[in-house]
Design a protein. Structure first.
Length: 213
């Protein structure tokens, strides 16, 4: 007979913890071995009750979920962390996955799907809510923006202030041909074709600011 999956529930709302405990306690395939109201308490419990899977909320008072996930990963804990939260923005999803979460689900996930996800997480399989998977795929498919070098940014800053290629060259003690080469690199990196578009795009991206860079 297979041993039940040992589960730790981490959420700052008692009602949520009660609901999850009731859901899994009624299934012989699971054993709820502890509950925590924040990340710090979760770390203490993981060390003592040694769960197979941690159901982790993200936004909690005290230590948040991402910090707890990262700490567990660095400690060498074998517990799999399955995020269960209300939020699916990039600011929530990406840090959690990067910190070491095995999966990421939303709190409106149907009971059957949540149970399957915990079983999958216990096997080390990644489980993502559809909206989260779509968001991550979008990020992977998006073109990677190559940053401007320090010299390229210097040239673009002078251009934004109205300097000609010759004036920029004199200010930076380089040749006019070198200024042109830097500008061509800037155009390629910003996806533009001329000086005006390069300046406008740089302002839009926050690379330049009025009165400075």
């Amino acid at each position: 007979m297979t041993a039940p999956i040992r589960l730790l529930i981490v959420d700052d709302h008692p009602v949520v913890r009660d609901g999850l405990r009731g859901m899994f306690t009624g299934d012989p395939g699971f054993e709820v071995v502890g509950e925590a109201a924040d990340g710090s308490e979760a770390l203490t419990l993981v060390a003592t009750v040694r769960p197979d899977v941690v159901l982790m909320d993200l936004r909690m008072p005290g230590m948040d979920g991402v910090t707890a996930i990262g700490t567990l990963a660095r400690s060498g804990s074998t517990a799999r962390v399955l995020v269960l939260t209300t939020y699916d923005t990039d600011a929530d999803v990406l840090p959690a996955i990067e910190a070491g979460a095995t999966g990421y689900l939303l709190k409106d996930t149907p009971r059957e799907d949540l149970v399957r996800a915990v079983r999958a997480a216990a096997r080390g399989e990644s489980v993502l809510a559809p909206s989260v998977a779509g968001r991550l795929m979008g990020r992977l498919r998006a073109p990677v923006e190559e940053p401007l070098s320090h010299r390229e940014l210097e040239v673009l800053t002078l251009v934004a202030r109205g300097a000609s290629n010759k004036e920029a060259a004199a200010r930076l003690f380089i040749s006019e041909a070198t200024v042109k080469t830097h500008l061509l690199h800037v155009y390629a990196k910003l996806g533009v074709n001329d000086r005006a578009a390069a300046v406008a795009t740089a302002y839009d991206r926050g690379l330049l600011t009025p009165g400075g860079r």
